[in-house]
Write a protein that binds this ligand. Structure first.
Ligand SMILES: [Zn+2]
Ligand SMILES: [Zn+2]
Length: 761
């Protein structure tokens, strides 16, 4: 971004004298004219008592006779009408008329015309009229810039600003506010700071609109302290200023601070508006603070916002986030005509609940509820938008509901949303998570523009499916395309190398990340490297890395070490890692089961009871083994030994026959060591009916012969099931995809994409 030209540094900020003559509201004055359109067009602003009527502007235009000396103000109401209707096509008709009557030489009319085109988003014509202006002034310059900012061309707006300064015109505080908005769309803190310095030089930095723009600029660029400073400096803090400060805190994750501003604002006697209330409600979402949320709900009713949709949506969203599904639904049902925003809030809320759900049953229920909502939305006749599509695709990913995902894909093509980068990325992600790497890469190739996130998502997909070469090739392509990889991209690249055991390459990329891209390694990067050494059986190197790594290893890394040592039968190192893991007092039930299994395999009964005791002390929930499979429009769920389904008898019998059949291929069931539930220890230590086996069997019975089977499981797969499914994929010739709580397993012809090293229970 270029610097401000030196001309900007001198001169005053007064409005062009000539323009002082015309009121900025551009409303016709009451001075009498003999043009009759003023009778048909009632100006409600001037005469509040009269009924507003629509002006037939063609008729009005015909009243302005050509060839006579037409007063410029005659055009004002028709032009204002174009703005109100947001109609560039009508503006063109008026424009043609203006040219015919020769009024385009009038500075006032043609400047107004720039404003009309800019407001209607026709920037091409706005610029054309601007170029032909007999004289340019701060109002025409500012109208043009405002238009570019509103039609998402902030870089052009800044360019116009530079032209303006070079032409020797001086900005007003309003102009500076607009340019600052352009900077914040571009997140250009550098140029923003120059404008800030400029406003300080002319002592207008305390101006309200400049202060507000500076506050949101700094907030967007992630410098909350500067945002707060700009806010504090503002002399007359309006409700917009307070709202800007509050949402700045929210955007930068400082919810408590934002709430403080809100109470301060109330104590100053400033009444919050709709935007303030929704900003504060989103702070409550950040803090999951239902208390404050309920108070805000009553405050908003008191202030007369009971029926205000954005506020109701925010409250509903908060209820959903805090798990109050019934309260949320009550609000939802109470809204008469449900707008798309409300549907979106409801669907996104269910996606949130899925993420936060404590057990997989409620996650699964929220997911299916969201799918139902989406069906209802389609039936309601409203058209989903990109927010709807991206949240519903996320839900399909979590449920591994590939068929629904494919239907939504078709719908995005029909409705033209496929070209949207967010939707495109959500699709790639959905196909990846559903285990369909071919469709994911097809969706990726079809994207017209790619973002860092879409590249990274696709690289992660290849890595998860064990397709290391493709992952690394795509990483190269991404760099050639000039996209700068981030932390997450490197996690995918390293995990691709780790699966393929490519030690030198992995270390090379690790160095590249630190040196070339100056990205500080985080735990996930180390986890990939450690996983790689463990897979290769190079345990000493793994432990050496753990000793010197910064940040210090966490629960996840010690679990990799424990699982790896157990797989390689090195109990000595395993016990050491287990001790370290226990020191961290893990909060995850699966981690304890992993430890129990290791001590059980080593026959260390003393440690077994120690771990059991710790599990009780930590008051950990039981492991809940759930799997679900989605067939056509329905999602079916399975618990181990679940006999409650109408279809469970057949499914159980089929699992037994499958076990018999794979035995002939060489499958031997492993002695299971896992202790899932002490009360039901007897039945559950038997792996035959682990939930994924039932889900797969159900899928085999209810899908066409060659169809792939896709299952989600709530826990890590156990070794026995992993082995069983490998044989099953050979036996049936089907592709079987299982996404467990840690990773994706794609079984084809007796092998799994995880390379048999998924840290099984
Ligand atoms: Zn199992
Ligand atoms: Zn696997």
């Amino acid at each position: 971004m270029a610097s401000l030209p030196s001309v900007a540094v001198n001169g005053n900020l007064k409005l062009d004298q000539e323009f002082r003559k015309h009121p900025t509201s551009f409303l016709p004055s009451e001075r009498s004219t003999n043009v009759s359109y003023q009778k048909s067009h009632t100006v409600t602003t001037l005469n509040g008592s009269s009924e507003p009527k629509s002006l037939d502007f063609r008729e009005a235009l015909s009243m302005i006779r050509e060839g006579e000396n037409v007063e410029s103000t005659y055009y004002v109401p028709v032009l204002q009408e174009c703005i109100d209707k947001n109609s560039a096509s009508e503006a063109k008709i008026v424009h043609a008329h203006i040219v015919k009557t020769g009024t385009h030489q009038d500075l006032f009319v043609s400047t107004f015309l720039v404003n009309v085109y800019a407001k209607c988003g026709n920037m091409e014509n706005a610029r054309k009229v601007f170029n032909n202006l007999p004289k340019r002034n701060v109002i025409s310059w500012t109208s043009l810039m405002t238009g570019y900012v509103h039609s998402s061309q902030p870089e052009v707006a800044i360019h116009v600003f530079q032209e303006m300064l070079e032409a020797g015109a001086y900005p007003t505080n309003y102009t500076l506010g607009i340019v600052l908005n352009a900077c914040s769309s571009l997140q250009s803190v550098y140029l923003g700071k120059q404008l800030h310095a400029y406003s300080i030089k002319y002592q207008i930095d305390f101006d309200t609109s400049i202060g507000n723009s500076l506050c949101s600029l700094y907030s967007k660029c992630g410098t909350l302290e500067s945002a707060v400073k700009a806010f504090k400096k503002t002399e007359e803090k309006s409700v917009i200023s307070w709202t800007a400060a509050i949402s700045a805190c929210g955007d930068n994750g400082e919810a408590v601070r934002g709430l403080k501003f809100f109470t301060e604002m109330l104590s100053e006697g400033i009444e919050p508006n709709e935007y303030t209330l929704t900003s504060v409600l989103s702070l409550c979402c950040l803090m999951l603070s239902l208390d404050v949320g309920t108070q805000l709900h009553s405050l908003s009713i008191k202030l007369g916002y009971e029926l205000n949709l954005p506020i109701r949506n925010s409250i509903m969203y908060l209820y959903l986030k805090c798990g109050l599904i019934n309260e949320a639904r009550e609000l939802f049902n109470g809204i008469g005509a449900i707008s798309l925003v409300t549907w979106n809030a409801m669907i996104a809320g269910h996606a949130q609940i899925m993420d936060l759900a404590e057990d997989n049953l409620s996650a699964y229920q929220s997911g299916t509820e969201a799918l139902n909502l989406f069906l209802k939305l389609n039936r309601s006749g409203l058209k989903p938008d990109l927010f709807t599509f991206s949240s519903i695709l996320t839900i399909c990913s979590s449920l591994v509901a590939l068929q629904q995902g494919e239907q939504i894909h078709a719908q995005t093509i029909k409705s033209g949303f496929l070209s949207d980068r967010v939707v495109g990325t959500a699709l790639v992600n959905m196909y990846n998570k559903c285990g369909s790497i071919e469709k994911a890469s097809k969706a990726f190739v079809e994207m017209s523009t790619r973002t860092l996130i879409s590249w990274t998502t696709m690289i992660a997909g290849f890595a998860q499916h064990g397709k290391t070469q493709q992952a690394l090739q795509l990483f190269e392509d991404m760099r050639i395309a000039g996209v700068r990889p981030n932390q997450v991209t490197f996690v995918s690249v390293l995990s691709a190398c780790s699966q393929a055991g490519m030690v030198n390459e992995a270390l090379g990329f690790f160095e590249m990340m630190k040196k070339d891209y100056r990205i500080k390694p985080v735990l996930d990067h180390f986890a990939c490297l450690i996983d790689m050494y463990m897979r290769l059986g190079r345990l000493e190197e793994a432990f050496a890395l753990v000793k010197k790594m910064d940040p210090a290893p966490n629960e996840f890394i010690w679990s990799i070490l424990v699982a790896g040592c157990r797989s390689h039968g090195n109990f000595e190192l395993g016990f050491y890692a287990a001790e370290k893991l226990l020191e961290l007092k893990p909060k995850d039930t699966e981690t304890y089961v992993l430890l129990l299994n290791m001590y059980l395999s080593a026959g260390r009964w003393k440690d077994v009871s120690k771990v059991r005791k710790m599990m009780k002390e930590e008051k950990l929930g039981k492991l809940r083994d759930w799997s679900w499979i989605s067939i056509k429009d329905k999602v079916f769920s399975f618990k181990p030994n679940d006999k409650s389904h109408p279809y469970s008898v057949d499914t159980h019998k089929f699992v037994e026959s499958l076990i018999d059949q794979v035995k002939s291929l060489g499958y031997e069931s492993l002695e299971s060591l896992e202790v899932i539930d002490e009360d039901e220890e007897q039945t559950l230590s038997y792996t035959a009916y682990h939930s994924e086996r039932l889900a797969i069997a159900f899928g085999l019975l209810n899908t066409p012969n060659a169809a792939p089977i896709r299952v989600v499981k709530s826990l890590i797969m156990c070794r026995d099931c992993h082995n069983f499914v490998k044989f099953l994929s050979t036996l049936t010739g089907r592709e079987i995809v299982i996404r467990d709580s840690k990773r994706l397993h794609k079984f084809v012809n007796g092998t799994c994409s995880c390379g048999d090293f998924g840290g099984h229970l």
